[in-house]
Write a protein that binds this ligand. Structure first.
Ligand code: S3P
Length: 426
């Protein structure tokens, strides 16, 4: 069991690691492009290494200099049939995006992953790809990994989104760009648009007309790009800064893509105005975020905004433990099929701290803590984002809070503890 000393508050400037979603896409599209693509400031973590290993199994040569990746490829048309299964490890983004990349190929490949990924739904990607002519056979009625991708005959067409998921959209677009003609993906609820932006950075025409996203078939062109810092990692400092009175944190050079920063909009509605400024805007907006402590009002968060803050809900829920009134979060059923069932994980941990919580199939209602916990055990459920919330709570309450395994931090933020402690004021 792991414990931490209490700290007073957090102060200082921090650069969080590079964006996980964008790094996956840069590795994948750099591999699809013919030539040498340079990715500066990539995230090197368990998830992104899974994507890099898979691209290497497909015949791509990736030189990992840590501060940059040099991706040498002969292009997606020259991908080689892999000798072995492709292990996506813990990464849903890897599994779903790679499935889209491989679906139009004329060879045999098998995607698998770790115990958590083997439980996560894949029918959401297999179904739209199958509608376009892919042949994919997967466990449990074509819904779970391992999945076998067989040669098919994919044709351009239109897909109407059935799940609010950028991963599904990306899979369809990454298959679509390899087909003759255009593929259109229609989404009612906007989800993160990193794939659309990056396809354009690789020279591909990709348009969004009011949620009708059209990709034009073509060859990706080698490029050079920088990966901004990950807003989802920054969110843990936003949460920590809010709940530790006296905190003042500046998060530098962070990705501020409007489809990712729903948390900032929601916090504003809840009475906490986190200031930020955009300092550059190439293919993604980047800037600084200024966090000072504050208490959220209670209320209800639901509807389309959830898709733009899906990975930040554990942080928001944590701030509600220290809020002024109960906070209800709904329309967040997707949280049940992330790296863990995050609704259940948060509820179990918050109840262990003594909080009153109501559970819904699609969310939870959190009542602010009325006293310090006596002694609590917080479980990570092998989930990086739950681990980070637990660490912040352990810093809040000190040694009375015990934690189990937090090894999953390496999925998105291997140095989280060191970075957080570098800001601590005792
Ligand atoms: C991601 C999209 C989100 C998010 C995940 C990364 C991406 O998943 O939760 O951490 O990189 O596209 P869904 O699109 O399935 O909601």
């Amino acid at each position: 069991m792991i414990t931490f000393d209490k700290c007073k508050c957090f102060k200082g400037n921090i650069k969080v690691p590079a964006d996980k979603s964008i790094t996956h896409r840069a590795v994948i599209m750099g591999s699809m492009a013919d030539g040498v693509t340079v990715v500066r400031n990539p995230l090197i973590s368990r998830d992104t290494l899974a994507t890099m290993n898979i691209m290497q199994q497909l015949g791509v040569n990736i030189v990992n200099e840590r501060s940059r990746l040099l991706i040498h490829s002969e292009g997606v048309k020259n991908f080689k049939e892999p000798y072995d299964i492709l292990n996506c490890d813990n990464s849903g983004t890897t599994a779903r995006l790679v499935m889209g990349v491989l679906a139009p190929n004329k060879f045999y490949s098998v995607l698998a992953g770790d115990a958590s990924l083997l439980r996560r739904p894949m029918g959401r990607v297999i179904n739209p790809l199958t509608k376009l002519g892919a042949v994919i056979k997967a466990k449990d009625n074509n819904n779970l990994l391992p999945a076998t991708i067989l040669p098919g005959n994919m044709k351009a067409g239109e897909i109407i989104a059935e799940t609010k998921s950028a991963q599904v959209k990306s899979a369809v677009l990454l298959a679509g760009v390899q087909l003759d003609g255009t593929v259109t993906y229609v989404e009612k609820t906007p989800t993160r648009d990193h794939t659309e932006r990056m396809l354009q950075a690789f020279g591909i025409k990709c348009e969004n007309d009011n949620g009708k996203i059209t990709v034009y078939g073509g060859d990706l062109q080698q490029t050079k790009l920088d990966v901004p810092a990950d807003f989802s990692s920054a969110a843990f400092y936003i949460g920590a800064g809010l709940i530790f009175e006296g905190s003042e944190i500046v998060i530098e050079n962070c990705g501020l893509n409007p489809s990712r920063i729903g948390l900032l909009n929601v916090l504003k509605d809840l009475g906490v105005d986190i200031k930020y400024e955009i300092t550059s805007n190439e293919y993604e907006p980047i800037g600084n975020i200024y966090v000072t402590s504050g208490k959220i009002k209670g209320g209800k968060v639901s509807g389309d905004i959830i898709a733009n803050m899906i990975d930040e809900i554990p942080v928001l829920a944590m701030t509600a433990l220290f809020g002024e009134a109960p906070l209800e979060i709904r329309d967040a059923k997707e949280l049940r099929v992330k790296e863990s069932d995050r609704i259940a994980a948060l509820i179990n941990n918050f109840r262990a701290l003594g909080a009153e919580i109501e559970e819904y199939e699609d969310g939870l209602k959190i009542y602010p803590l009325t006293k310090e916990p006596e002694k609590a055990k917080l479980l990570a459920y092998d989930d990086h984002r739950i681990s980070m919330v637990n660490i912040i709570l352990a810093k809040k309450f000190g040694v009375k809070v015990l934690m189990d395994n937090i090894a999953s931090l390496d999925v998105s933020y291997p140095d989280f503890i060191g970075d957080l402690l570098s800001l601590e004021e005792k």
